[in-house]
Write a protein that binds this ligand. Structure first.
Ligand code: DGL
Length: 283
């Protein structure tokens, strides 16, 4: 396959998610780093990724990464745990050297895991995530590399992303499924004192999640940690920092109909945004 010639001019930071979930990460990143330019890309037409195979998540994620590089990004954050779990390593090791070895793709799992050791006192941590992320075992593996003493229990929440993607997060019907997965997790390990939301869609359900989680348990969304880690990364890598433009702008792209994205994203961001439709692969 012939790769397109990529511009070496500085460009925006790319933020990718299968759908709307990455907006929770984008929000935190823009709070901490408002000076940079961003491109948000949601593969809404093919979301959710959480139930898809390794091969497909890798293929879709690589298409998105290539598109963001073509749009001028030098640095991309996979604001999606499923893509971080299933595609990030292959892209970093096998694809980046062929595309452009100076560009970078970072994920959301490592920055989250690094902070978990300071949060849990009981050393029993619960992970709520998509079926793909849970099945990949990425969270227990990464946590045990840094904190071998922590017991990690995970539960897949296959209904949570569809609730968010279909704008049903605040409906009455959502409560049943929110409670169901939390109860399953607490049954697995009643000593859990920290629940990590290992999917970027889940902070949108946070008020309801908090309603059903026992009061002594801390629920941790990851946006803040990812934003801190990016800030630190740019400080430690001035050569990459110089390749990121700074006009405080943010452009939104989706593989779904523009109006659909505009309507839903505006609720998650609490501001009106305009999106542009683009194609990735066959959509
Ligand atoms: N928001 C994504 C994650 O963090 C993916 C959700 C999905 O597409 O299933 O895992």
């Amino acid at each position: 396959m012939k790769l397109p010639l990529l511009s070496q001019n500085p460009g925006p930071i790319g933020i990718f998610d299968s759908g709307y979930g990455g907006l929770t990460i984008l929000n935190k990143i823009r709070e901490k780093l408002p000076q940079y330019d961003y491109i948000y890309l949601g593969d809404n037409a093919r979301s959710p990724y959480g139930t898809r195979s390794f091969e497909i998540v890798y293929e879709f994620t690589l298409q998105a990464v290539n598109k963001l590089f073509e749009m001028g990004c030098h640095l991309i954050i996979l604001a999606c745990n499923t893509a971080s779990a299933k595609a990030l390593r292959s892209i970093q090791i096998n694809d980046l050297p062929n595309i452009d070895a100076s560009r970078r793709v970072l994920g959301v799992i490592r920055p989250t895991v690094e902070r978990i050791g300071d949060i849990t006192a009981s050393r029993h941590v619960g992970i709520l995530a998509t079926a793909g992320t849970i099945r990949s075992e990425s969270y227990p593996m990464e946590i045990h590399k840094l904190f071998p003493d922590i017991k990690v229990s995970g539960v897949a929440c296959p209904m949570w992303v569809p609730l968010v993607e279909n704008n049903e997060a605040h409906s009455e019907g959502a409560d049943y499924f929110i409670r169901k997965y939390i109860d399953q997790l607490m049954e697995k390990d009643p000593k859990i004192d920290t629940i990590l939301l290992g999917c970027t869609h889940y902070p949108i359900l946070l008020p309801k999640i908090q309603r059903y989680v026992p009061k002594n348990i801390r629920v941790v969304p990851q946006g803040e940690y990812v934003a801190d880690s990016l800030k630190d990364y740019l400080k430690r890598h001035p050569e990459m920092d110089r390749k990121c433009t700074r006009n405080g702008s943010c452009l939104f792209y989706t593989t779904e109909a523009e109006e659909k994205f505009t309507e839903s994203a505006s609720t998650f961001l609490k501001q009106k945004v305009k999106a542009t439709r683009i194609s990735l692969g066959t959509v």
